[in-house]
Design a protein around this ligand. Structure first.
Ligand SMILES: [Zn+2]
Ligand SMILES: [Zn+2]
Length: 359
């Protein structure tokens, strides 16, 4: 079918172009997009992917067709989209699809497992299936494992980003840090992921929630969504300042920055039995941690996509959002699909925490 995509251009911006999309195969679903969030990962990949690649991985829309082998998803269903996974490896079979053995091949290779792409431009197959989606498009053909069915009450303009950044930040708290009512938690980096960690820690009832960033406006937002303390990391030793708030150290921390010095601080500031969730992606470098820091019971663990099963966590977060306990709508600014470059620029400048394109 004929669709419109926002393709990566030679200048590494986006341009709306006509494209062709295959019919869904037996295990696939055709979705008409209603909204799609812009994530830092899209902007990063746009700098090195080939011309005409189609990014976008925070989509939500309405099912238009289902493959012959698909059950549990029907035409007309409202759905959110998430990453895809193989469904048969050990991690998938134990409800840990974000650690799927085929994760990179299925989500970043630009094609299905057999190397084909459902997307083409001018008759030439193009890089698609990005994080299972390529949702910078009016329509997407996705594997059923990317589909999260939503209630009819869901506002697709709000729920679109739930499948990536918000799920990541929330899942890091719920599945790894697991704060209780007396817990002290710090979140490093107050972007979309970090702020959703702050909200989730607040929803979980954590007593002390410290947000750390270098942007005064983001720290102010963090305070509005549940942080009890905010620290500008440029204003002196961050571990000492956290200890001034929580003398025993943190029960949990989340790093969303991907910086080695920040991960080190996030681990060093822990209580002896504390857990640090490493979520951010940065340049490959070593993190130096003093040996006894680990020996004394601390845990450091990497977390992909919040260690979430999207079909479980996204509906839960939606319920929380509708009840006012996960106020991510405060972080969003909506743009028309055609204004994708303006939305990307606002994201890069830091003017907007979560830009969402609407169709
Ligand atoms: Zn993302
Ligand atoms: Zn798998």
């Amino acid at each position: 079918m004929d669709i419109t995509v926002a393709a990566v251009t030679e200048e590494k911006t986006f341009e709306l172009r006509p494209a062709q999309l295959e019919e869904p195969r037996a295990d696939e679903v055709l979705v008409r997009l209603s909204a799609v969030g812009i994530c830092a990962t899209d902007l990063h990949f746009s700098t090195f992917l080939p011309t005409n690649a189609v990014l976008g991985h925070e989509g939500a829309g309405v099912v238009e067709a289902v493959g012959a082998g698909v059950s549990g998803v029907e035409v007309g269903d409202q759905v959110a989209l998430a990453f895809t996974s193989c469904g048969v490896c050990k991690q998938c079979r134990t409800a840990s699809p974000s650690y799927c053995a085929q994760f990179d091949a299925l989500n970043f290779a630009g094609a299905r497992a057999d190397g084909s792409s459902a997307l083409s431009i001018d008759g030439q197959p193009v890089y698609g299936h990005f994080l299972g989606q390529s949702a910078f498009a009016t329509h997407a053909v996705v594997n059923v494992r990317s589909i999260v069915t939503l209630p009819d009450t869901a506002d697709l303009r709000t729920v679109a980003p739930f499948g990536c950044g918000f799920m990541t930040g929330a899942g890091a708290i719920l599945h790894t840090v697991k704060p209780g009512p007396e817990s002290a938690v710090a979140v490093f980096g107050a972007g979309a992921v970090g702020l959703s960690s702050v909200m989730t820690a607040a929803a979980a009832g954590a007593q002390t929630i410290i947000a750390v960033d270098v942007s005064p406006s983001r720290l102010q937002t963090a305070q509005e969504v549940g942080a009890t303390h905010v620290l500008d990391s440029r204003e002196g030793d961050i571990v000492e300042r956290i200890r001034a708030i929580v003398p025993d150290g943190l029960d949990g921390s989340v790093d969303t920055t991907g910086r080695a010095d920040v991960v080190k601080a996030a681990v060093t500031a822990l209580h002896t039995r504390g857990t640090c969730a490493v979520v951010g992606v940065g340049p490959s470098e070593n993190v130096e941690i003093e040996w006894r820091t680990l020996l004394n019971g601390r845990t450091v663990t990497g977390v992909i996509s919040g260690s979430a099963v999207p079909q479980v966590l996204v509906p839960q977060l939606l319920e929380w959002q509708q009840a006012g306990r996960f106020p991510v709508e405060k972080l969003m600014a909506h743009y028309a699909f055609a204004d994708i470059n303006e939305a990307a620029a606002a994201t890069k400048r830091g003017d907007v925490v979560k830009a969402v394109l609407t169709f």
